[in-house]
Structure formats: C-alpha cells, structure tokens
Design a protein around this ligand. Sequence first.
Ligand SMILES: [Zn+2]
Length: 423
Amino acid sequence: MVASQQQPGLHTNLSDTQLLKLNQMLVFVSQNNEFYREKLNNISFPIHSTKDLQELPFTTKAELVEDQKNFAPHGKNHTFTKSEYVRYHQTSGTTGRPLKVMDTKESWSWWEDCWLEVFRSSGVTKEDTVYLAFSFGPFIGFWGAFEAAKKLGALVITGGSQTSKERLNSLIDNDATVLLGTPSYALHLGEVAKQNNIDLRETGVKKIITAGEPGGSVPSIRNQIETIWGATLFDHVGMTEMGAYGYSCSEHNGLHINESEFIAEVVNPDTLKSVEIGERGELVLTNLGRYGYPLIRYRTGDIVIHSSESCPCGNTYKLLPKGIIGRKDDMVVIRGINIYPSSIEAIVREFSAITEYRIIYYTKGGMDQIKLQIETNVDISSIVATHLRDRVGLRIDVEVVETNILPRFDMKARRVLDKRDAF
Ligand SMILES: [Zn+2]
C-alpha cells in the first residue's frame, strides 16, 4: 500500500512489485470487466515481465467515449456491479463529450493513497492547514486531494462557491499553510491580492501544490507564483480517467511518476513504438490499483521527454524532465513549425508585468498566423515579440489589450482561440 510508505519513491525491487500488481490486476480485470474481457480475449495471463505489457492493445479516450455512447450511461469499463460504486466524476469535456468515471470504495481509497504520496513528497503533514481553491463540482480537480489531506490528518478548508476575494480572506483568516489550485488561479489570486493591497508573502501559505495545467513545472511560471506568494511550489499531475500519477520533488526539475501504482511508457504518437531515451513522445499509462476503473496502456495525450535520468532528490521513480511538455491535441502546425501553447506561455510568464494573455490562431492571405494578446500596464510588446521569434522560431504579433478584458479561469484555463479558416 502506498499509504504505508513514509519516503516517496524509495524502492529496491520496483519491477517485481510492478509485475506482481500488474498480473493481479490483469487476471482479475480480464475476467470481471466486460470492456477489457473483450479487448484482451486472446491473451493469457499472467505475463512474465512488465515488458510483455507492450504486447497488449492500447486504450484511447475515443474508445471509452464511444463505449459510453453505445452502452449508456456508464459504458462497460467497470469491474463490479453498480452497487459497489460510491464516487462519480466526469472529465471537463474540453476536447469533446465528457467521459463519466466511477470508483468503488477501494478504487477511491487508492486515489487518496496516490494523493498522499503527493503530499508526502511536498512535505505536507498533519500540522498543516490545507486550503483548496476549487469549485467541488463533478470534475475530479482536487477531490482526491481533499480526501487525502483528511486521511493525512491535516485541517482541510474548502473554497467552493466563493469569489477570489472571499477565498483570500478565508485562507488568511484560517492561517492556511498550503494552497492547492491551478497555476493560473494562483497567479490570479496574486492579482486580486494586489488590487486589495494584500501582500501574499505575509500570509501563512508556505507551500503551493498546483494541478490541472502544466504551468507548475514551467520555471518562469513557478518563479512568478513563488515570488508573489513567498512560498515553495510543488506540481502534481493526474487525470480523471487515470488517477493521480505524478508529482514534483524538492529538485523541481520535472515530475516523478508514482511507479508503484502506474506503469509508464513513452511512444511515438504516429508509429506507436517506444521512443529512444531523450526523445519526446506520448505518455502511455497503466494504473495498477484502480480495479473499479482500470486503464491498460492508456494513451494520455500528454507529450513528455523519455528519460533515464536519476533525480538528485533520491526518489528513484521515473522522472519526466520539464514535466508535461504539452498536449498532443493542443499542438498545431503553423508555417511548418510545431507549436504548443505551453511553450508560448513559458515565455509570456517570464514577464511579470503581463497579468493575462490569450493566443489567437487565424488565417491571413491564405497563411496561418498567430497573435498574442497581453494585458499589461507597460508596453513590452516588441520585447515579447522578439523573445517569441527567437525561441519559437516564428513571427508572432503581440498586441497589448485593455486590463481585465481577457477571461480568467479557476480550472482548465482556455487561453487559445482558433479562428483559422479551416476550423
Ligand atoms: Zn526528484
């Protein structure tokens, strides 16, 4: 059990642990879960090494969504009868129809344990007061963190249905020591604090755990948040359908995958073959302890660097240097160059004078173009444009817009507007 480990990521026999858990899961799921019984019907279990996992078929989100459409409302990817299920979540639906995901008591407890690992890696203890700036709707967001903080014995304060100002007041009044939110929202709270003459460095918040967007592992974004709050930022990554699978450590040089509970592969999204060490590819994950909602070789759509680097922090779990580089679905090709919005954001956040931004793709004279809109009190458009041209390799128009006209987000920020002719 993850819950019994006091030191995250210290394993002497990780591959044995993984193989044992993988086989237990595969044997059970291939017999009791209709979705996987059909998918794996020609394969005999147990397998002999975790490498043999590569012989099994991939699972995609499109497949899960299609299954739910055909077998409404919950599809066939459940291993137990409905009466065993206690928690329901759905994906945010940013890239299509939301996916419904249910957990049994055991599966949900497994989520909590995965989140406990995130807290331990960040040094959060039962002495802490954890404030969750999250709306607590059907999206999974910080629900797992809420349960894990409770399990840890920390005091948990929920910030659902509150304005940003109310959230600030609540976390100050209650002496919160840890803030959980998206990187965008941590920055937004900084803006609100400034408007209200609040110095966040004087609050009790000394740790911030971000999730929901890749920003927490981007140095320029992390530095900005840490400076505004006078706190240390830790990043976390998870998915509704997969689980809470990764977290940053004291070295802040990427994300570790919790390999006791997940097996990771990095594949070329076109050939679906493993990429070489040092190359970028799509992260493919298998969860080992979520029997109620198992996913085997799930194509996450997250682009990462395949690395064999060992981390100086001592955690031996696989490291994803620089965290999630971008989403496969978010990548666009403009004039022959692969563009991830996250790489533009990394540059934008180096300028602390920029409070909000938006990326617009459009077509002019038959050519695809990019424009960046920024909110700032100082006209730094030409210097930002120079940085973008030098580092992205493309001329991007930068336009300064009026303060507070661009939308703000507390979960799953959507800062890209695609107005290209073909879309
Ligand atoms: Zn580390």
